[in-house]
Design a protein around this ligand. Structure first.
Ligand code: ZN
Length: 332
């Protein structure tokens, strides 16, 4: 079938990597195997994911050559899905809790700026229903999902597209990338959550050797209650983002202050308008360099745009100093 609308352009890029660097099969090193790129439509815009996939290279390891994808990827989107899990959670809630029709859900998504067609809304509703239909009593499925690794690293994600509404809880096995259980809960007390985690553990015939989550208070307490002694790691993606917040704020502030000092490019350009001599060309070049430095934003959390601006302006200033020094030596 021909796609009538062009694919939406990504508004940001997310680099994802695995927090696990030791092979779950042999505890040897995991090597970067390849980067998988995919574009996902989320409630926060269209995201380009650069997914670093890792593998064990030990030929005698039971997991030799088995791909391990970043723990955080499954929170953003299910495997193969073009739409984020947050969009699926919202579609499901609008349908089942608010009883809206597919065209109404489509209108709501479009209102929120999500590029989607009516047919895709129907597909997402099917995905939501499939998720919620996953049952822990399907022992054959659980065995199939977990047999290869012989253990489970449990990722717990609570998706709440709108505050005050249901939370879609998704329990994933990081090692296989598959969803074990998904439940929609209106109230999410730690007891409710601990019960769900306990049910997952009871249904598995292999041990849960670790838990990954965003470290929300209720999740932390529920895990401590249901899986006493099992290591619980804060997802490094969230960790980094949270840790970078104060730095990001300070950097933004610094950039605003710095920008105030480099105003007045336009008047300088106007002064040399109509001139085509070497000096005028150089001045225009410097103006363009400053202009592009001002609009060159870094990508948080790893690239601070304020620091980047300082760096670029310092280069422009150093170049101007060199020109001035040369002129000085020529005129003397
Ligand atoms: Zn291995």
């Amino acid at each position: 079938m021909i796609r009538r609308t062009s694919r939406p352009e990504p508004t940001r890029v997310l680099e994802l990597t695995t927090s696990t660097r030791r092979c779950p099969g042999c505890d040897g090193p995991l090597w970067a195997a390849y980067k998988n790129r995919r574009t996902v439509v989320t409630l926060d815009g269209v995201v380009r994911l650069a997914v670093q996939v890792r593998r064990c290279r030990d030929p005698v390891c039971p997991r030799s050559g088995v791909a391990l994808r970043p723990e955080h990827e499954g929170r953003i989107a299910l495997p193969e899905s073009e739409f984020g899990l947050d969009v699926i959670a919202l579609v499901g809630r609008l349908r089942h809790a608010e009883h809206r029709s597919v065209p109404e859900i489509h209108a709501e998504l479009v209102r929120r700026g999500v590029p989607i067609c009516v047919r895709s809304v129907g597909n997402l509703l099917d995905r939501y229903d499939e998720l919620l239909a996953l049952s822990l009593s399907d022992a054959a499925r659980l065995r199939r999902v977990t047999a290869a690794a012989g253990q489970v690293v449990l990722a717990i994600d609570g998706l709440q597209p709108d505050v005050g509404h249901e939370v879609l809880w998704v329990f994933r096995d990081v090692l296989s990338g598959e969803v074990l259980l998904a439940r929609s809960l209106l109230s999410s007390t730690q007891d409710d959550l601990a019960k769900l985690i306990g049910a997952v553990q009871a249904a598995l015939s292999v041990p849960i050797v670790g838990v990954v989550s965003d470290g929300q208070d209720s999740i932390r307490k529920a895990v401590a209650k249901a899986l006493d002694g099992v290591p619980h790691q804060l997802c490094q993606f969230h960790y980094l983002r949270e840790a970078a917040k104060p730095v990001y704020g300070a950097d933004r502030h610094a950039k605003v202050q710095l920008k105030k000092k480099v105003r007045g490019i336009r008047p300088i350009e106007r002064k040399v308008e109509g001139r085509d001599d070497a000096e005028a060309r150089d001045i225009r070049g410097y103006c363009a360099a400053v202009r592009s430095a001002l609009t060159d934003d870094g990508r948080p959390p790893l690239e601070a745009s304020g620091l980047k601006l300082v760096n670029r302006l310092e280069q422009v200033a150093a170049s101007l100093d060199r020109v001035a020094a040369k002129r000085g030596s020529r005129s003397s």
